[in-house]
Design a protein around this ligand. Structure first.
Ligand code: HEC
Ligand code: HEC
Length: 202
């Protein structure tokens, strides 16, 4: 094969992959809105709590779409354990997950917040902002926005990374570096920033 053939073959291969999956690349908002209705029973009620252990159900409004997809796949595949969310995620196919993620990502959030007080917690959070964003609004669709999330949800999530019940290579390594007494401090700091919202039907 000469160079031209190789280049042409590469372009054809790229195009074949690219154009064979546009439907999966982006979720359908309308389909997501319908699927999302069953989620409001918990995620649409301000302050609604997980029964045991007790912590507030995470806000989804304005969360990053790519991250929502990864989270739902995690419940389905067992890198995250939660019986109800496993059942929810397992009832959806790949396209459903893309659709519902697109819907929640579109709701609100992503406000460019003013940022929190530049106190001791702010200083501790400086290692986190490379990924989670200067204002707690993540800089990458695959990483979660933390701004405005319930503090008790963030805190228990950090404990789960630290004890290995929630598995993620990147965040697992980060969480292991946090001093035990800083877990709650960081959770409260990111929660105090403006960002995510509890979603409810319009
Ligand atoms: C019966 C209550 C309930 C219902 C219904 C429910 N969820 Fe959840 N969801 C939870 C709880 C509790 C958690 C936190 C679980 C944990 O600690 O990992 C959660 C976590 C999540 C997360 C992880 C968020 C994050 O920031 O990590 C996503 C994404 C999610 N749910 C999406 C959905 C979607 C989409 C639906 C509807 C198809 C849905 N949930 C329906 C209770 C529910
Ligand atoms: C190198 C990038 C990176 C850095 C730095 C980082 N994180 Fe993360 N973080 C991630 C990724 C990726 C995830 C999603 C992992 C998953 O799917 O469970 C995550 C998830 C989280 C979650 C769970 C959010 C949710 O909605 O469930 C919390 C809480 C969190 N990070 C807090 C922190 C804190 C606090 C720091 C600083 C001490 C930090 N992170 C530093 C990449 C990073």
């Amino acid at each position: 094969m000469n160079m031209k053939t190789v280049v042409t073959a590469a372009i054809i291969l790229f195009a074949a992959i690219y154009f064979s999956r546009p439907a999966l690349a982006e979720g359908d908002l309308e389909a997501g809105r319908e699927l999302g209705y069953t989620c409001f029973g918990c995620h649409g009620i301000e302050g609604y709590r997980n029964a045991y252990p007790s912590y507030r159900v995470p806000k989804l409004g304005g969360q990053k779409a790519g991250y929502l997809v990864i989270a739902l796949q995690g419940y389905r595949d067992g890198t995250r354990s939660h019986p109800t969310m496993k059942a929810q995620a397992s009832s959806m196919n790949g396209q459903d997950i893309e659709d519902v993620a697109a819907y929640f990502a579109s709701i609100a959030g992503d406000t460019v917040a003013a940022g929190g007080a530049k106190n001791a917690a702010f200083a501790k959070a400086q290692t986190c902002v490379a990924c989670h964003g200067q204002n707690g609004i993540s800089v990458n669709a695959m990483w979660p926005t933390l701004a405005g999330q319930h503090a008790d949800y963030l805190e228990q999530a950090l404990h789960k990374y630290r004890d290995g019940t929630r598995k993620d290579l990147v965040m697992g390594a980060q969480a292991a570096l946090i001093a035990a007494e800083d877990v709650a401090v960081l959770a409260r700091y990111f929660s105090s920033l403006e960002g995510l919202e509890t979603t409810r039907p319009e």
